[in-house]
Ligand binder design. Sequence first.
Ligand SMILES: Nc1nc2c(c(=O)[nH]1)N[C@H]1C(S)=C(S)[C@@H](COP(=O)(O)O)O[C@H]1N2
Ligand SMILES: [Mo]
Length: 242
Amino acid sequence: MSQQPEPDNDFNDDDFVPRRRFLTLAGAGLLTIGFGSLAESLVGRLSEPLNQSVESLIFRPQQPVPEFPISAIEPNKLIVNTFRSTPAINPETYRLTIDGEVNNPLSLSMDDLQKMPFKSMVIRHVCVEGWAAIVQWGGVRLRDLIATAQPSARVKYVYFYSADGYYESWDIDSVMHPQTLMAYQKNGQPLEVAYGAPLRLASPVKLGYKLSKWVTRIQLTSELGKQRGYWEDIGYEWYAGI
Ligand SMILES: Nc1nc2c(c(=O)[nH]1)N[C@H]1C(S)=C(S)[C@@H](COP(=O)(O)O)O[C@H]1N2
Ligand SMILES: [Mo]
């Protein structure tokens, strides 16, 4: 990697404008009005060299990553790394939207999410800036959420949109990994706002910059758009596996 990411880096403002407009429309519930034309400009021009079908990825048993014991948790080593500023989200009115190429789009409250089966894991978080921390995360398996939304068999990628304007895209294989969580607990306590509350990605199969905090929308798609992720769009690797 030639560039080092810096959380307070100046991003390219010109590039950021259409994305912000897109996110604003999504947030205001105006998807049906704004989405079609904007989606045309964002989605569908590029595709990654991944050609497995979604079925084989969903049904193929996936290699679990070894977890650490509770005693290995490093409580003070997870550095708050935020590219802009911490967004204010009211957990009472918060909703997670799951949409895109699905038969059953969802809008879930924290209450809905906390009623789903709970999974906890102790894994290492690795940031490309040169630090790592062993953390316990607790939450919902993302694959359970995806299954509830009933994805089309064409789905190969998933976009995550965050309340601070951060955005990421993942391959469906990593999304469906049994240790990829939408987490609302950290080290056995409710997730703090600085670390992504009310809901963030946690997974042992991806580098830190793929692990979006403050996720408000999960969009399933058969094609990657021109924009693939905040850091990726300024040169970082897209797959970013560990
Ligand atoms: N929404 C959002 N998610 C984000 C980021 C961000 O700036 N905004 N930074 C990423 C990076 S680079 C890392 S290393 C981790 C850091 O997570 P932490 O702040 O909980 O340590 O969050 C990732 N998720
Ligand atoms: Mo990072």
